[in-house]
Design a protein around this ligand. Structure first.
Ligand code: DX5
Ligand code: ZN
Length: 222
């Protein structure tokens, strides 16, 4: 069976204290950090790029104390342009959007040839069947539960049938959900079959992030 993984989205952190903020959620039980890269073209917002990922990698290594897996969610046009750079700056996984590329399988191969895990995301308006052929080549599929572009939006429960369909067809695949996840919405996502949970606002603004992370892990493990 797939295991529960909580991936706090650093978009909801205090960027002036990024290293400490990340150490805080890692010490609270997060094994992954979800890094939202937006280019102002694929989505109407700009966030962060290679210099920040490079600095963060120095402060959050791949193993040992304060370590985490860097899950980079690339909300960019022409994602193929950024594969080499993100591999160099320390990304562990490169998630591209199905809607952003003409040849997803070639992109998966390129990502893997640079030593990263390859994942594919679909926006709320994209049907899940576009992933069926690609899925056996992927390390993870991401079903967006908000329109990509901003943190702090409302969870779209009507995306859960996509998760259920993927889980039924691919019982061993990592299936990620992203957007509006917290203690109220995790039961629906977990029941549908998601095992990799992105949570920005609900983790970074929590008085007790360890409690939120452990609650979410528990729901996925049920
Ligand atoms: C939205 C991003 C999400 C977002 C999640 O485009 O992909 O990762 O930061 O934030 P919350 O958990 O606050 O909805
Ligand atoms: Zn994201």
């Amino acid at each position: 069976m797939v295991r529960p993984i909580i991936a706090p989205s650093i978009l909801a952190s205090d960027f002036a204290n990024l290293g400490c903020e990340c150490h805080k959620v890692i010490d609270s039980g997060a094994e992954w950090l979800h890094i939202d890269v937006m280019d102002g073209h694929f989505v109407p917002n700009i966030t962060l790029g290679q210099p920040i990922v490079t600095s963060l990698r120095r402060s959050v290594p791949r193993s040992g104390a304060h370590s985490a897996f860097f899950d980079c969610h690339m909300m960019v046009e022409s994602p193929e342009k950024w594969v080499e750079d993100f591999a160099k700056c320390g990304a562990d996984q490169f998630t591209f959007h199905y809607e952003s590329t003409k040849n997803p399988l070639e992109l998966v191969k390129l990502i893997k040839s640079h030593g990263m895990k390859a994942a594919c995301a679909i926006k709320p308006g994209t049907p899940v069947d576009v992933l069926f052929e690609l899925a056996p080549h992927l390390d993870m599929a991401l079903v967006m539960t908000v329109e990509p572009g901003f943190g702090g939006q409302k969870f779209m429960a009507d995306m859960m049938p996509k998760v259920e369909t993927l889980r039924a067809k691919f019982p061993h695949m990592n299936i990620q959900v992203d957007g509006g996840l917290g203690k109220e919405t995790i039961p629906q996502a977990a029941k549908a079959g998601a095992n990799v949970i992105v949570a920005g606002t609900s983790v970074f603004t929590a008085a007790d992030p360890a409690e939120v992370i452990s609650f979410m892990k528990g729901e996925v493990a049920k």
